[in-house]
Design a protein. Sequence first.
Length: 195
Amino acid sequence: MIKLTIQAILQKLVWIAFCGILYPLVFTAFAQLAFPYQANGSLVTRNGKLVGSELMAQQFTGTKYFWPRPSAASYGTGPSGIAGSSGSNLGPTSAQLQTNVRNNAKSLRDAVKLPADAPVPADLVYASASGLDPHISPDGARFQVSRVAAARGIGEDKVRALVEKFIEPPQWGFLGEARVNVLLLNLALDSSDSK
């Protein structure tokens, strides 16, 4: 009995060392060597200053920026500055969800001066499941072109061309949908303004 107990303890320690230490170290080292940008969070810097991550939504306010999807998690910024994700947990029959969607749609229509019954892209009125989705649909970006162009005092054609340039195809050509990273698009807009 003692021999079996000792074997079980030793085997457990071996598996803890392998799965809990060796395996993570090997794959962390591999990721750092093969994919350092992605392994470190796909962090975006401008002029040596960290401005965000390609993988997390940020709140952009003001009319001169493209707006991301609404966030149920306040774009991952908590009181301690630590990012967290959260859905709203509001179901399709929720009165609060319906109110949120109506308010979001009204804000969007007002921002681009559309009639009260004009359709708006769904991804701009519904929060993503995590609350941190950094992408919007190409239609969501195109919907905002006139507002952004007017606020920046540049032609809609120039802004529309930039949107088209930043449309990412589905991953590997078949996973997901085409999308636009809001952070990268807004940074490109700021860069084009400074030229």
